[in-house]
Ligand binder design. Structure first.
Ligand code: IVH
Length: 668
């Protein structure tokens, strides 16, 4: 390459500007302007020119994010302005007390608040001098932190140069998106390494890695929320955020300026219910008095500012003790170990049990009776044990040995080669019957309201029911003898049972509890076979030809109908009047969404999520919860979550509600 130094210097500057622009577009704005390939070409060209003239390399060149050498450690540094922590509150009453304290100190003044999400990550301070990245320091104890500059520099959304020459210090939160966290844990599991309990721990582990090249692989990210220019804040927190944005920093898109306390509470309620839509963990909101003058008037205690507070969401993780491990038998005969816990508050409810999944899981996590454990609940799923706090062991903990006989009926248990789940071999095990009845009656199956655990237990204990079809022979005079059962509720139950006879075939198939036949598969089978009779005669080949039905499912269906006791079950149901009627469809058979996978994000105006899902499925589409490269369409409502950004990143078709309704032929 015959490039003179002057030419190289000029081109290097051009390339840096272009690369910085595209990095910002990609990592900060989620709005890529060029392909990855084109971007890589720019970086390669810059690398080549810099290797030709190494003295033109500057530390803030985009090629210098990842240092080649491991660092020697993290020197301790004093913060020029202490990094205070935040006082917490946990409910509306406590939050209103905070507001009252402020109002008292600022009599008669109008107070605006800025609300932000409280990112569950690591506090960081980043210093720029002369427009260049100079140093990044962890929060530490608030007065002194560790210099982690080399690692923070690898965060691609963070600009290494900014259009402001002054001494600038920005503060924010380093975090690891859930998607990256899961990937890291999968890799660790494959290598047999211990897993990180949550994204925060993973981020903390990552920021202390000695090799920046490794850090760069981990996809850390940062939201900034504070800026000092020559040690001074702007006139308000809102202006701080705007300035950060103007300078090219990534601020959280969900910040809000609130003119009233009600708006703050609405913001809290809104995000409390939607935190799961975000690709990062938030543990509450942070409420800040907007005006800097008011902030100064309010001042700080030794630990906390008086002008801000963290209003926490109900915790999703908690520690508690395992008092015992019991084994439950499900409707397929599967034995599931369950930890009996010292009761603990989690996401607003008291938790006293947690599933341990299977024997293998107990071994892998080395869970013992008497252990202190970290439990977690995400979304509305049942809580699970995340990890054992081995450092709290006293030596009194007892390892658990998995039973070789069914704890309910005493029959031997069987674990097929290569499977992790043990099953009771007795098809008429009472535990299986109990669970089968509950499933049969459940809302999405035959929907027999009132037939819950307490009633099923009584029916079994009184031997009024010994198989599912027995439900259809229950008599009012038997029912009224049961506890808490008057003539009125007995009649209601009988009416409900009677009504269930007319449930359609798809529900009946699902209700039968055939292994691997969930609601969707049941739907497919019902549509194709139209009757229980036809399905019971289906061959493997015939089943395999259907969409979404693989060998495991097909074999399970054939096996189910081969069993004598199931044939008897179906005969008796039919006799009782349960036919599993095929749905009479007056709808057109056209299914415009066949083969398409949808993801929903944000609130729709005309439908709930469940309704939207039903529409999509009726038209042949599928709905999944997270955006991947396989997603065909993302439907975006009001206040969408990070799924929208992901859809843009992957170049996935995006529909707003109106477009969705148009495509579904449902224009309003
Ligand atoms: S403001 C004096 N804003 O939460 C102001 N902090 O529990 C202090 N955090 O140490 C920080 N998101 O690391 C602020 N939007 C946000 C935040 C936030 C997360 C962290 C921060 C702080 C800790 C306090």
């Amino acid at each position: 390459m015959g490039v003179s130094k002057e030419e190289a210097a000029k081109r290097i500057e051009e390339l840096r500007q272009q690369i910085r622009y595209h990095e910002k577009k990609y990592y900060v704005d989620n709005d890529p302007q060029i392909s990855d390939y084109e971007f890589d070409c720019l970086v390669k060209e810059l690398e080549q020119l810099e290797s030709l003239y190494p003295d033109l390399i500057t530390p803030d060149s985009p090629t210098q994010r990842v240092g080649e050498q491991p660092v020697e450690g993290f020197p301790s540094v004093v913060h020029s302005i202490p990094m205070l922590s935040l006082d917490n509150c946990y409910n509306q009453e406590e939050f209103l007390e905070f507001v009252q304290r402020i109002e008292k100190l600022l009599p008669g003044e109008k107070i605006e608040f800025v609300t932000e999400l409280k990112i569950d990550g690591l506090g960081i301070a980043i210093i720029y001098r002369g427009g260049h990245f100079a140093q990044a320091i962890t929060r530490g104890d608030g007065f002194r932190g560790d210099d982690v500059s080399a690692n923070v520099k690898t965060i691609r959304s963070l600009p290494l140069s900014i259009p402001l020459q002054a001494e600038v210090e920005v503060r924010g939160e380093i975090y690891l998106p859930f998607s990256s966290f899961e990937k890291i844990n999968q890799e660790r599991e494959a290598k047999g390494e211990s897993l990180f309990a949550n994204p925060r721990n993973a981020a903390a582990g990552t920021i202390r890695l000695l090799d920046p090249r490794e850090v760069a692989q981990r996809n850390l990210d940062v939201f900034l929320y504070y800026i000092f220019v020559n040690g001074q804040s702007q006139e308000s927190q809102w202006q701080n955020l705007q300035l950060l944005k103007e300078l090219g920093f990534k601020i959280n898109p969900h910040v809000r300026l609130c003119g009233s306390v009600k708006e703050v509470i609405d913001y809290y309620e809104y995000w409390k219910d939607r935190r799961d839509d975000l690709d990062y963990d938030v543990d509450g909101i942070v409420v800040k008095v907007n005006s800097t003058r008011q902030q100064q008037a309010l001042g700080s205690t030794a630990k906390f500012p008086r002008w801000a507070i963290a209003y926490k969401f109900p915790a999703r993780q908690a520690t508690t003790k395992i008092i015992d491990i019991k084994v439950q038998v499900g409707r397929t005969g599967a034995l599931t170990p369950v930890a009996i816990l010292e009761p603990v508050q989690l996401s607003g409810t008291t938790i006293s049990r947690s599933t341990l999944h299977n024997e293998e899981e107990i071994r892998r996590k080395d869970i013992r009776i008497g252990d202190y454990v970290l439990i977690e609940r995400s979304g509305d799923v049942i809580p699970k044990v995340v990890s054992v706090m081995k450092e709290r062991r006293t030596g009194q903990e007892k390892p658990f040995s998995f039973p070789t006989r069914c704890p309910v009926c005493g029959s031997p248990v069987f674990k097929p080669e290569g499977e992790v789940i043990s099953r009771c071999i007795n098809p008429s095990c009472p535990a299986r019957l109990r669970e089968s009845l509950l499933h049969y009656a459940s809302r999405r199956a035959m929907n027999i309201e009132g037939l819950g655990e307490a009633l099923v237990d009584q029916l079994l204990a009184q031997k009024l029911v010994q198989s599912i079809p027995d439900l259809y022979h229950l008599k009012k005079e038997d029912l009224v003898k049961l506890e808490r059962m008057g003539p009125k509720s007995a009649q209601n139950l009988l009416d409900q049972i009677e009504a269930s006879k007319h449930q359609d075939l798809a529900r009946l198939l699902y209700a039968l509890g055939i292994r691997y036949v969930g609601e969707r598969t049941a739907q497919t089978l019902a549509e194709h076979f139209q009757s229980l009779e036809a399905l019971s005669k289906a061959s493997l080949e015939e089943l395999l030809a259907l969409p979404d039905i693989g060998p495991k499912v097909a074999e399970s269906i054939v096996f189910f109908f081969q069993q004598k006791e199931n044939q008897e079950l179906i005969r008796r149901l039919k006799e009782a009047g349960v036919r599993g009627e095929a749905k009479v469809t007056t709808e057109p058979t056209a299914q415009p969404f066949v083969g398409l996978t949808f993801v929903l994000t944000g609130e729709l105006e005309h439908y709930t999520r469940d309704e939207a899902r039903e529409i999509i499925e009726r038209l042949g589409g599928r709905v999944t919860s997270s955006v991947s490269r396989k997603t065909s369409v993302v439907i975006v409502g009001r206040n969408p979550g990070s799924k929208l950004q992901k859809a843009k990143d992957y170049n996935i078709t995006i529909w707003d509600e109106e477009e969705f309704l148009r495509q579904a032929g449902l224009e309003k």
